[in-house]
Design a protein around this ligand. Sequence first.
Ligand code: NAD
Ligand code: MG
Length: 300
Amino acid sequence: MSASKDQFTMQDPRTQYPQPDFERQPQSAPGLAKDMTPKPDHGETSYKGFGRLAGRRALITGADSGIGRAVAIAFAREGADVALNYLPGEEADAREVIALVKEAGRTVVDLPGDISDEGFCMRLVNDAVDGLGGLDILVNVAGKQTYVEEIADLTTAQFEATFRTNVFAMFWLCKAAMPHLPPGATIINTTSIQSYQPSAGLLDYASTKAAITAFTHALAKQVINQGVRVNAVAPGPVWTPLQPSGGQPQDKIEKFGTEAPMKRPGQPAELAPVYVLLASQESSFVTGEVYGVTGGNHLP
Ligand code: NAD
Ligand code: MG
């Protein structure tokens, strides 16, 4: 994308971004955005903010790469200060995000660590609150996806790790965050089209995404009593390191996105505006909702 285009530039969405076939490009999990071909677009040169989150304080998990990075860039350019979580091994990606948030003139609180640990999740929320001076937005983006063809080969260790990362961490972070969130605050979870149309080889992952969807609906009904809204975003195929680092087999990476009517994967930059909307007061009557961004394979 050229520097002159932003998220408002009218163009044909089919040809806006790269289409398959892609190169095979195996990485070990969690993978790095900087090693992908083509490079994902997280809105680095395109996202234009208007102060829609002015003065808000947000904690974002999975913020080094993919959808989380796009959210971090967009939130900062909309005027939010951000605390960023990611795995320590992803520092090379995280450095780029930290620099972009600083360029936007916002405060960045760097909080790497493993959210599959309950104690770390509690520390993460406390450190974010300390570093930002409070918390208005919790965005749960981090996730684990490991493709396994047959149930016979799906280990208990993987099943548990996927649930700890995708579901338990969300529970721990929401629970720890709630006492800090003022009326008007928002929580945004990241589910998936897999919640509704599960793939055979994503038995554990798809199940976690269905759990995230139900958790979002239930928590929204509960915490609106404190003036807090809870919503989720359900992406379809998105070009991020999650996929070539074991989320899909390499033959599916070559064709990644072909199953969407748009015939291409989405880019992280195309997800960020929905997180901005759900975080901001513009969506004041929206809670317990799941917003699909799927390239045409709509939610039910
Ligand atoms: P990504 O690899 O860029 O982001 C996932 C991030 O999760 C990693 O960067 C890593 O920092 C974080 N993470 C994983 N395990 C962690 C742990 N134990 N502790 C702390 N952080 C951990 O990929 P992405 O596609 O942007 O994924 C973001 C979210 O979007 C995930 O929840 C994923 O399930 C969801 N999603 C992605 C797609 C897609 O096609 N890429 C589709 C639907 C939903
Ligand atoms: Mg990453």
